[in-house]
Every structure is written in structure tokens, then in C-alpha cells.
Design a protein around this ligand. Sequence first.
Ligand SMILES: Nc1ncnc2c1ncn2[C@@H]1O[C@H](COP(=O)(O)OP(=O)(O)OP(=O)(O)O)[C@@H](O)[C@H]1O
Ligand SMILES: [Mg+2]
Length: 335
Amino acid sequence: MIRAEGLVKEFTRPVRRTGPLAGVRSLLTRERVTTRAVDGVSFTVDRGELVGYLGPNGAGKSTTIKMLTGVLVPTAGTVEVDGRVPWRDRTRNARGIGVVFGQRTQLWHDLPLRDSFELVAKLYGLDQPDYQRALGRFTELLDLHEFLDTPVRGLSLGQRMRGDLTAAMLYGPPLLYLDEPTVGLDVVAKARIREFVAETNAVDGTTVVLTTHDLVDVERLCRRVLLIDHGQVLYDGDLAALRRRYVPYRDLVVTLAREDDGPLVAPPGTTVVERPRSARDTARVVVFRFDPAQTPTPAVVAAVTAEHEVVDLDVTDPDLEAVIAEIYSSGRVRA
Ligand SMILES: Nc1ncnc2c1ncn2[C@@H]1O[C@H](COP(=O)(O)OP(=O)(O)OP(=O)(O)O)[C@@H](O)[C@H]1O
Ligand SMILES: [Mg+2]
């Protein structure tokens, strides 16, 4: 669906000098500085995939998406989207993609949401039955009933985002770009957007490229992630594999029935990490840490419950946030 090779985007601007005659000097010398926002990015996305495009602020994510959508022309490199070169074939490309930039709306501010949708339908040449069917479905899925007749400027952020998603998907594009679709939303609104994205991908087979800083979005939606920083790809692959590479363990968190349950027995393949007691703990909580690739989770659970009287247990995976934070701060992915 998408093939990007050696994508580069540079932005050039005049140098601003300070001091006397600064303006004249920079006019005369025409000194310029160049920022490389995207620095040789290559990847492919298959039809039907849902890929997380992640990276710290300023990494080059939005710039990449703008090149994929045809808004920006790359300084170097090539992109093919469903057989088209996006910036050369902007009209045809626009019909094949849906785009949502969470930071700004694509809708008409003064028009009621419904009228915005009608305009989109006209622009994309949808006939009435198809339009009505799509509108009905998205109104249901995203619960738009209450504010279909509200002008866009009067919508809350969460309502507006749902409107933007509908406008992006009304004409049934096979490819959807989402640049921070959950930014600034409350937990309920975020969950709704995630469900919508998951459904579009699973039911309609829509290919999705998703940029987000919300790692819950990533956990819920993305099997594959592309991590970029300073315009370069640091990692492209399975999210689970990335996590395993950094923290190859899982914790079995156990609440013991009694304070003094005798000496703790760590089954083979596990180590005991006694958790400092928090105000919330009403009983003694013990953590058994193990490598699920070596010792299967059910075996650890069985061994621990055979040795100890347990009132509660929970299996937790290490925090993705910690993994990502380490990659961002070191600027590389461990081999
Ligand atoms: N139009 C522009 N002119 C000059 N520099 C730009 C322009 N657009 C982006 N940049 C620069 O390119 C770099 C990458 O920006 P980009 O918006 O792609 O980052 P991002 O990964 O989307 O970050 P964020 O997570 O903050 O949205 C930044 O250093 C930014 O300042
Ligand atoms: Mg961005």
C-alpha cells in the first residue's frame, strides 16, 4: 500500500541576526539555515496493516505524513501510495486516503457538522444512497446524533475529532492517516476513537498509519510500530518484540492470605521481588519475576499457588512507557 524509500525533507529559512545593521547584513549575505526534518526514512506498509508511527516531539512524524498525503514534496527519496506518487497526483491521491490531524480540523468552522459532511460527499462525488448509508453508520459508531446540527466551532474537542474522523472516512478510502487523533481527549473519548480505528481496520480492512504520544493507543491498536527520532528510523517491527528486547520479564503479583506465610519459595525460573508495602495494601504482596519465554506463565502460577495460600493474583507486563522513554533518551534501540 505504501512504499517510502530514502525519504528526506529539509526546511530552509533565512538566518536571523541581531545587532546593528543585522537586517541589511542578512539581506546582503542571504545566509540560510537548513533543518533536516526527515533524514532518509524507508519503510513499506502492506494493505490492511495498522502501523504506529512513533517518536518524540520534533522527530519528523507529521512531516513524513505530509509527504505521504502529498501536502509536502520531499527534498529527496520516493513515495508510492497505492501505485501513485502523492504530490504529483494530488487529486487522485486525495480520493484514496482519509486524513485526520488531531491538532487542527479539516471541517468548515461555521457550518453545522451535517453540512460539512454533505460538502465532503459532494467533493468526492458520493451518490445519495452511499452517502446516507455511510453517514448512518458513522453516526451510530461515533455517536454523533446529539451534535450533527451544531456548527463546528461550537463543538467540544472530542466531538470535533469524531466529526473529523467521519469526514475522513465518509467516501470509504482504503487508507487512513491519523496524526495524533486522541490528543487532548478524555478517557472515554479516547476509547471511542480507538474502537472506531480498530473497527475500521478489522471490518473494512482499512490500512492505518497512526501517530500518537498516547501509549495506551499503541498498546490497544498497534502490533507493529515504527520508531523515529531526528528524522531516522530507530526501529521497525513487532511491538511485543521491542518490549521483550528491553524487559524480557513478566511479573506475577500475589497477595498472600497471611502475613507470615513461612519462608517464601520461589519456583524454578522465578525470582522474588518483595514490593514495598503501600498504603493500599491490606495484606502482604509479593512479586515473582520470570521470563515467559523460559517459564510459561501457567507453570509459575501453578507453582506459586501450590506453595502459598493466595487471595489475589495478577500478571503484569513491564511498562511500555519505560521502554519508550529509554529509547528516546538514548536515541537508539538496543541490538
Ligand atoms: N514548515 C516548516 N518549516 C520549518 N521547519 C519545520 C516545518 N515543519 C516542521 N519543521 C521542523 O521539522 C522537524 C520535525 O517536525 P515534525 O512536525 O515533523 O515533528 P513531529 O514528529 O510531528 O513532532 P510532534 O510530536 O511535536 O508533533 C522539527 O524540528 C520542526 O521544527
Ligand atoms: Mg507532529
